[in-house]
Design a protein around this ligand. Structure first.
Ligand code: MG
Length: 485
């Protein structure tokens, strides 16, 4: 009996063991396809794009009085770039470069005459361009553009015709459609500031998709409203992949912050940057709350350097030379942070050369999309860098102004072929008989021209510039045509 009992116990315990093993086996078998399914849901992409924010304007980039705890945390939990560049030193061509992954000269979105699009502009980003949004929408992403567009305000060129399901924002800069200028001081040259700016001075429209919903746009609350819109979009689309492109209209002048943010020691410019920092925090918190943080790549950067002629109303390029409008590093090297918990090692600082044109190939890699083969691209995926699989992305960065190649960087070396000041300090292009040469690792402020000591480096950069010029004929400019012409 005991034996039987023993045998029975043995059988039942064996049975229990077997059942357990079978259960574990079943779990393993079923868990695998489940986790594969979870992994096969492609990562979301959020691009936060400030306007005219300089390299030196964030706490994590060394600003002493602008308080940016959320961006600082984004860097602490993610990756900080120290050598990240834009495709142009002013708004329209820079945005075209980011969204198309191509130098703006290829799409006609650069000009030697007008620089950017204006409210009387007749054209915009060509329909044939294949934006990040179009590429991701084809892969099942929900797509939203929330903020300043500046790639054409007529219906054909709006975000809703360039791959975005939703558009909410202003179609061009917040200082356009000016209906009065008695608060603007631009005399003497270089002394550009707005005294006590009023909303009504700029008749800028706020649009939802193709409709104007407010005019003039109430700019004090605009950052807050962009943020609410982005959070709502993420919440509404949490069960499918999404792409949110959030190009803030600030800290481009005129500066407006909501009442809660008028306390920065840095003054109105600091108020605006601190509100943008709050906005970034809201986006990160939303992703955490929804459990999406580990499946979302968030990138924060700026469209160009600071507008220095606006004095304290413009930002700072820190130790870099000059600012917006120029091909010195202060015009085109910008703060850039990437955040993707679980994928990017926390607290990574990279000196890899990278550009906004690398974001489209990065998005393609995230979504496993294939780039159209009928056009050249100017970017390389950042994914291996973000994953810690490599520490380099590219070796060359071109610096165009309008349709011309002004300078070229290879590794630490940067040669200037043409130099030119910005805005009120502009005395026209200076075509240099001998290029100026700077070693940006030794001399990030581009102070010491050492071309004489390195003729071989100058020759190599001249040859590379010639190769680039020969391979890229700028498309006819689309920024010059005016409505009614
Ligand atoms: Mg800008």
């Amino acid at each position: 009996m005991q034996k039987i009992l023993f045998y029975s116990d043995f059988c039942s315990s064996t049975h229990r063991l077997m059942t357990r093993w079978l259960l574990l086996l079943a779990l393993a078998v079923f868990a695998h396809p489940l986790s594969s399914a979870a992994q096969s849901s492609p990562p979301n992409l959020v691009i936060l794009f400030a306007d005219d924010l300089g390299y030196g304007d964030l706490g994590v980039y060394g600003h002493p009085t602008i308080r940016t705890p959320h961006l600082d945390r984004m860097a602490a939990e993610g990756m900080k770039f120290t050598q990240f560049y834009v495709g142009a030193s002013i708004c329209t061509p820079s945005r075209a470069a980011l969204l198309t992954g191509r130098l703006p000269q290829r799409s006609g979105m650069s000009s030697d005459r007008r620089g950017v699009l204006f409210p009387d502009s007749k054209l915009g980003l060509p329909t044939e361009e294949h934006t990040i949004a179009e590429m991701l929408r084809e892969r099942g992403y929900a797509t939203a553009a929330i903020g300043k567009w500046h790639l054409g305000h007529l219906p054909e060129f709006l975000p809703t015709n360039h791959g975005f399901d939703l558009y909410f924002g202003i179609p061009y800069s917040n200082d356009m459609d000016r209906v009065g200028d008695n608060t603007h001081i631009a005399n003497p040259p270089g002394n550009n500031i707005w005294i006590d700016p009023k909303i009504e001075t700029w008749n800028v429209p706020l649009m939802r998709n193709e409709e104007i919903v407010e005019r003039p746009a109430e700019q004090h609350t605009i950052t807050r409203r962009y943020t609410q819109e982005a959070v709502q979009f993420i919440e509404a689309h949490q069960d499918q992949p999404f792409f949110v492109y959030l190009p803030y209209s600030l800290p481009h002048v005129p500066l407006f912050a909501s009442e809660d943010f008028q306390t920065s020691p840095r003054g109105p410019y600091g108020d605006v940057v601190e509100e943008i920092d709050w906005s970034v925090g809201q986006v990160m918190e939303t992703l955490h709350t929804l459990g999406l943080a580990e499946n979302t790549l968030v990138v924060f950067t700026s469209d160009n350097g600071p507008w220095l002629t606006y004095q304290t109303q413009g930002g700072s390029s820190g130790l870099l030379r000059d600012g917006k409008g120029t091909t010195w590093d202060g015009g085109m090297r910008v703060p850039a942070l990437a955040w993707w918990p679980g994928t990017i090692a926390p607290g990574t600082v990279t000196d890899a050369l990278a550009t906004t044109m690398d974001l489209l190939p990065t998005a393609a890699a995230l979504a496993e999309a294939t780039l159209p083969q009928d056009r050249p691209y100017d970017g390389t995926s950042l994914l291996p860098l973000l994953r810690g699989e490599t520490d380099a992305v590219r070796n060359t960065v071109p610096f165009y102004r309008g349709t011309q190649l002004f300078a070229l960087r290879q590794g630490p070396w940067k040669a200037h072929f043409i130099t030119r000041g910005a805005y009120e300090t502009d005395q026209g292009p200076q075509v240099l008989d001998t290029p100026e040469l700077y070693h940006l690792d030794h001399d990030p402020s581009e102070q010491f021209n050492i071309a004489d000591r390195h003729p071989d480096v100058v020759a190599a950069l001249l040859a590379e510039a010639e190769r680039l010029r020969a391979s890229l004929t700028p498309a006819p400019s689309r920024l010059d045509a005016r409505i009614g012409e």
